[in-house]
Design a binder for this molecule. Sequence first.
Ligand SMILES: N[C@@H](CCC(=O)N[C@@H](CS)C(=O)NCC(=O)O)C(=O)O
Length: 227
Amino acid sequence: MLKFYYTPLSPNARRVWITLLEKGIEFEPIILKLNGDQFQADFLEINPFHHIPVIVDDGFKVIESLAILDYLESKYPTPSLLPNDAQALAKVRMVQMVTANELFPKIISLIAESPESPQFGKAVEHINIGLKFLSEIIGDRTFFSGEQLTLADIVAGTVIPFLPNLGVSLDDYPQLKNWCEQINQRPAWQKTKLNDADFEEFKRRVRFLVRLRRREMNRDNQADEHK
Ligand SMILES: N[C@@H](CCC(=O)N[C@@H](CS)C(=O)NCC(=O)O)C(=O)O
């Protein structure tokens, strides 16, 4: 059976979890705590970058959430979560990449920075550029590709619904707001959603990781100065 390495707190892993549920793929859950267990030799053999999510299917391992989604779509094509039309497919990819590369890093800033700081304000500005772009793609459709749920909805749907809880209103984007309400009701979203305590724990871990990375960067910079 397909093995799924993840933690329920991770939005990157949740993309994969929701895809497994939407496609009705059976899996063996292997939960990591990310308290150092990701550095154990047996996990490093599976993913040398010590990240979840990872899947191992028939002995074939796949790392990187977006690569995992493509693998699952090819290997388990029903129900289909990708359109065939060139423009529709390009839109799915744009939604995925804009969410992963433009919105997600700024969400980290919303969690790590004080709401009064210039960095927080800049993150909100950037997120609004992303939301405007995404609301133009969704137009007045139910999902990003029309009536069919796709990987675009799954990737954006594990990020955008959290924005109001992090200080970014969706009031200027009524269709995205309707879409959030729709997808949040789907069984796969309900089953994988974070409760309030989990969400606080997720934010605590993000702040801890950001502090750790900053300390490491300072140490590296100081070491470079003394060379
Ligand atoms: N680009 C990767 C990112 C994965 C990632 O950053 N995973 C985090 C959890 S959200 C992780 O495993 N962190 C543990 C670590 O960095 O040691 C993906 O999309 O799968």
